[in-house]
Design a protein around this ligand. Structure first.
Ligand code: NIG
Ligand code: FE
Length: 402
């Protein structure tokens, strides 16, 4: 017989979209063999579950485990000096064009051994997990050569194994033009399509493929070539688009049926419509908006009107978003982007799962989904968005035996 557990006396934010937060007062959940077997108001708990060994959650809030659907948390070194330069007046683009920015992290990441990279990345991973996270997406993109891209993705997989947490890896080989290919971006695209991506795929190291579509990175035409290759290999797509300017990257991603287009401050109406049509998720990254002191807002009103699903993520990276707090990200999405707490929490649960193509497995508390739950010492969901620098996580409930 399968071992089942009953959790009762909880306020349950199931995060299903039928009512605010999918909230159930005085709720109960039954989990069995790692899956949710029943959820609902305690008074409707079926007779067969009433005698199960139970745990009283004492009125605390239960949510799905949170999901950070866009990070670059595996990298070497630090960019604190660049932070200082920016405060003295240099822009992100100027620093990038003069060989700093992403390329300085490339240098540090290439130099680090796999063990060093793991050791440097683990504290960032742990900091994220400490705030109720059950799934983290991690991108490559600071190697820009075969060996280092593989090293990064192996470290990403290893982090997930080490902490028994789901890691979804994304190959971001087309993140910047590496020094070996300066002024020859097309030749780099050839190399990525011919050598790097196939090797990464052969080792089963990438769950998706991403790119940086921007004047300081790659054109839509160059991105298309990588997307064609990824599609031929059967890999889902994502794109950094419209972060610093409008190149039409989001529409391109949407036309390829991408899971998500990310950043989107400079997204125009045509891009919004293309995303709505294809069901591509908008992943907004308030940490990068904040760090770069961006003044152009992502077009939230247009996204809402068109019905584009919106996720949010930390974008944890050494340059534009040195942030390892998903709760701070939720708070920033509300305060900076005027998202509602409910929308922001959906953006790190249900919609974030959709942005990773795992919406059928996690992201809400529903029968048949994975029993990956976070228990919080708060009495209403808005508390999770409202506080700054507070972590009210009581514990994770991750399987039938916890
Ligand atoms: O998502 N936009 C491009 N990539 C990262 C920044 C990477 C970096 O500066 O190291 C981002 O913001
Ligand atoms: Fe990013």
């Amino acid at each position: 017989m399968t071992f089942s557990t009953l959790y009762n006396n909880a306020k349950i934010a199931t995060m299903t979209p039928d009512k605010p937060y999918g909230l159930i007062e005085n709720g109960a959940v039954v989990i069995s063999a790692g899956l949710i077997q029943w959820v609902g108001p305690e008074k409707y708990l079926p007779e067969e579950f009433r005698s199960l060994p139970g745990k009283n959650l004492e009125g605390r809030l239960l949510t799905p485990a949170l999901i950070d659907c866009h990070t670059h948390l595996v990298y070497g070194g630090s960019r604190a000096t660049e932070f200082e330069l920016r405060l003295k007046g240099a822009s992100y683009e100027e620093i990038s064009r003069s060989g700093g920015g992403i390329l300085s992290t490339v240098k540090a990441t290439r130099t680090a051994t796999e063990e060093e990279l793991f050791t440097q990345s683990l504290p960032r991973f742990d900091a994220l997990l400490a705030e109720g996270i059950g799934t983290v997406e991690i991108k490559s993109g600071y190697g820009l050569d075969l060996e280092t891209e593989i090293k990064m993705l192996r470290v990403a997989r290893k982090l997930g194994q080490e902490r028994n947490v789901r890691v979804k890896t994304t190959f971001l080989g087309v993140h910047a033009i590496p020094p070996e290919f300066t002024s020859n971006a097309d030749a780099y695209i050839d190399y990525v399509c011919k050598d790097v991506l196939p090797a990464v795929h052969a080792d089963n190291l990438a769950d998706a493929v991403d790119g940086f579509c921007e004047n300081i990175a790659f054109s839509t035409k160059q991105i298309s070539r990588v997307f064609d290759k990824a599609r031929a290999l059967g890999l889902p797509l994502k794109l950094h688009a419209e972060q610093l300017s409008n190149l039409g990257g989001a529409a391109l991603a949407a036309n390829y049926g991408a899971l998500s287009a990310d950043h989107l401050e400079y997204l125009d109406e045509a891009g919004v419509q293309a995303m709505a049509k294809s069901g591509t998720v908008a992943v907004l990254l308030p940490g990068a908006f904040y760090t770069l002191r961006e003044t152009q807002f992502p077009p939230l009103k247009a996204l809402h009107q068109a019905g584009v699903p919106i996720a949010i993520a930390t974008d944890c990276n050494p340059g534009s978003s040195p942030m390892t707090s998903i709760l701070l990200c939720v708070n920033m999405a509300c305060t900076l982007f005027r998202m509602t707490p409910e929308e922001a929490l959906s953006g790190v649960t249900r919609v974030a799962a959709q942005a990773l193509g795992i919406g059928g497995e996690v992201g809400t508390i529903e029968v048949g989904k994975k029993a990956e739950l976070a228990l919080w010492n708060v009495d209403q969901p808005a508390e999770l968005a409202y506080r700054i620098g507070d972590n009210p996580l009581e514990k994770m409930l991750v399987n039938a035996n916890s």
